[in-house]
Write a protein that binds this ligand. Structure first.
Ligand code: HEM
Length: 126
């Protein structure tokens, strides 16, 4: 059974020797990972004892990083202390991003409108 932590309990795990972070309501002990973290030890230490979900997702960690963090899982946040899980930002995928007429029109409309006004202005004044 997973160990259950309150956020207050995790907030006490903020030293270099005892550093825990919360990502998506799961608690990770990163004390032994500080020096191995490719993003450096500081970001982890700055977030020790706190919820680091936003930072973790904003960095856009790879699938490897997501799998790697499971090695450090020590428990979960108590149900009454859980926060809404943040969705990772959608990856921009050229292969699945379709070009549409309305998308093209969104981009072309302002310069076309400007050109039309300029031409009409020229005809009217000259
Ligand atoms: C147990 C949790 C974590 C694991 C296993 C982990 C793992 C990794 C890995 C493998 C990378 C290399 C890039 C990649 O593969 O995505 C990385 C980069 C990085 N991580 Fe983490 N990370 C964790 C938590 C965090 C947290 C909580 C933060 C922010 C507070 C953070 C900030 C960064 C930054 C800034 C980089 C460098 C990105 C770059 O150079 O572009 N990481 N991390």
């Amino acid at each position: 059974m997973a160990k259950i932590f309150t956020r207050k309990q995790v907030s006490e795990l903020e030293s270099k020797e005892n550093a825990a972070i919360i990502i998506d309501n799961v608690v990770y002990d990163v004390s032994g990972f500080l020096e191995d973290h490719p993003g450096g030890p500081e970001v982890l230490l700055n977030n020790a004892g706190q919820d680091a979900s936003r930072c973790f997702h904003e960095v856009g960690h790879s699938e490897d990083a997501r799998a790697w963090r499971e090695r450090f899982r020590i428990g979960e946040i108590a149900a009454e202390d859980c926060w809404e899980v943040l969705k990772p930002p959608p990856a921009f995928d050229v292969a699945t991003t379709k070009l549409t007429w309305s998308g093209a029109l969104d981009v072309l409309a302002p310069p076309l409108l400007f050109a039309a006004v300029a031409v009409l202005g020229y005809i009217y004044f000259f």
